[in-house]
Design a protein around this ligand. Structure first.
Ligand code: PPE
Length: 309
C-alpha cells in the first residue's frame, strides 16, 4: 500500500479527500440543491479509461443549468479535472462522482432561493464494484414493483440529475431491500413503467427490444444510449414505447442499464419469473459487447473511452 493520501478535486484544485468537510449551513445539505454524475472507470489494454466522459460532463452542465447554477468550468475543464483526480485517487477506484452544490451565503441566512449562495464543484472517486451483485450479472436480479411512484415530469426535472430527486429513489431502494428484492421497478403517475431508482430498463419481446421514452419520466441514460447503439449495430430493433407492468411480466427478457448497474439481467418481477428466469440470449449478447466496449476490446466503440494517463 502506498502512503499517498487519496485526493479529490474541489473548486479548481486537488485536496485530500478526508479534508473535504462542508459547513452546516450548506444549502444543498438542507434541501438537496445539488446536481451530480456517476461515471465508470475501466481497466483497458491501454490503461485506465473513463467511459463516455464527455457525454457525462455535458449532462452535468445541463443539470446545473436546470438548477440555475453557474460555475466557471467548461466540459473540457471538467474532463481535465477528472483525469487529474483519477490519477491521484485510491488505486482501486472504478467510479467517479462529480457534484455541484449550493453552499453558504454570506449572511448565513436560511432561505429556499439559492441565488445568493456560493456554487461549489467537486470530483471524487470511489470503489463501487458490481451494483446489484456480481452473480446477478449472470443469474439476473430479483425485482419488485415499488409502492413509490416516480415524480411526474411536471413535478421536477427528471432529465436533470438533481440530488433532491434521489430521495424518491432512496425510499424505493429501502423498500425493495426490506422486502428481500435486489432492486425495484418504478411506475410513473400514469401507471406505466418508468425506470429503476438508478437505472433505465429494457424489455425484450419476440426478438424486439423496448424501452420507455423520456415522457414516461426517465433519465436520459448514457448507458441506455450505449446499449441502444450496440443493439442496433447488431441488427436488433430498439423501440421506445410506453410499457405496462403486465407487459413486463409477460416479456421474454428484461434488463436494467446504468453506469453503476452496467447491464444487469432481471430474472423476476414481483415473484413472477421473467422468460426462463435467467439471463436471456439477447441480454447476454448485448451485455457481452457492452463490457468488451467498456474494457477497450472493441475498436468500434473505442471513441467512448478517455484514457487517463
Ligand atoms: N435512471 C436513474 C434515475 C439514474 O439515477 C441513472 C444513473 C440511470 C437511469 C442510468 O443513467 P446512466 O448512468 O447515464 O446510464 N444512476 C447513477 C447513480 C447510481 C447511484 O446509486 O448513485 C449511476 O448509475 O451512476
Amino acid at each position: 500500500m502506498s502512503d499517498k493520501k487519496p485526493m479529490m478535486w474541489m473548486n479548481g484544485r486537488l485536496i485530500e479527500q478526508e479534508k473535504a468537510l462542508l459547513p452546516f449551513m450548506t444549502h444543498a445539505l438542507h434541501y438537496g440543491s445539488a446536481v451530480f454524475e456517476g461515471i465508470r472507470i475501466y481497466d483497458t489494454p491501454q490503461g485506465k479509461a473513463v467511459f463516455r466522459l464527455h457525454e457525462h460532463m455535458v449532462r452535468f452542465l445541463n443539470s446545473a443549468k436546470v438548477l440555475c447554477m453557474s460555475f466557471p468550468y467548461t466540459v473540457d475543464d471538467l474532463i481535465e479535472a477528472t483525469k487529474l483526480t483519477v490519477r491521484n485517487t485510491i488505486p482501486n477506484a472504478d467510479y467517479i462522482r462529480p457534484l455541484a452544490w449550493y453552499g453558504e451565503n454570506e449572511e448565513n441566512r436560511i432561505v429556499l432561493n439559492p441565488f445568493k449562495f456560493k456554487v461549489n464543484v467537486a470530483i471524487a472517486c470511489a470503489h463501487m464494484g458490481t451494483y446489484l451483485g456480481k452473480e446477478n450479472l449472470e443469474k439476473g436480479a430479483r425485482l419488485i414493483t415499488s409502492s413509490w411512484t416516480k415524480p411526474a415530469n411536471t413535478s421536477t426535472s427528471l432529465q436533470a440529475k438533481l440530488c433532491g430527486n434521489y430521495v424518491n429513489s432512496i425510499l424505493a431502494k429501502i423498500e425493495s431491500n426490506q422486502l428481500g428484492a435486489d432492486e425495484c421497478l418504478m411506475l410513473n403517475t400514469n401507471g406505466t413503467v418508468a425506470e429503476g431508482p438508478g437505472e433505465n430498463i429494457f424489455m425484450v419481446k419476440d426478438g424486439r427490444i423496448f424501452t420507455p421514452p423520456l415522457s414516461a419520466g426517465v433519465l436520459e441514460g448514457i448507458t441506455k444510449d450505449s446499449v441502444t447503439i450496440i443493439a442496433r449495430d447488431k441488427g436488433y430493433e430498439v423501440i421506445e414505447k410506453e410499457l405496462t407492468r403486465s407487459e413486463v411480466y409477460m416479456s421474454d427478457e428484461f434488463f436494467m442499464t446504468g453506469t453503476a448497474a452496467e447491464v444487469t439481467p432481471i430474472r423476476s418481477l414481483d415473484q413472477r419469473t421473467i422468460g426462463e428466469g435467467k439471463r436471456g440470449p439477447i441480454t447476454k449478447d448485448i451485455q457481452e459487447t457492452f463490457f468488451e466496449a467498456a474494457r477497450g476490446n472493441d475498436p468500434r466503440y473505442q471513441h467512448w473511452l478517455t484514457l487517463v494517463d
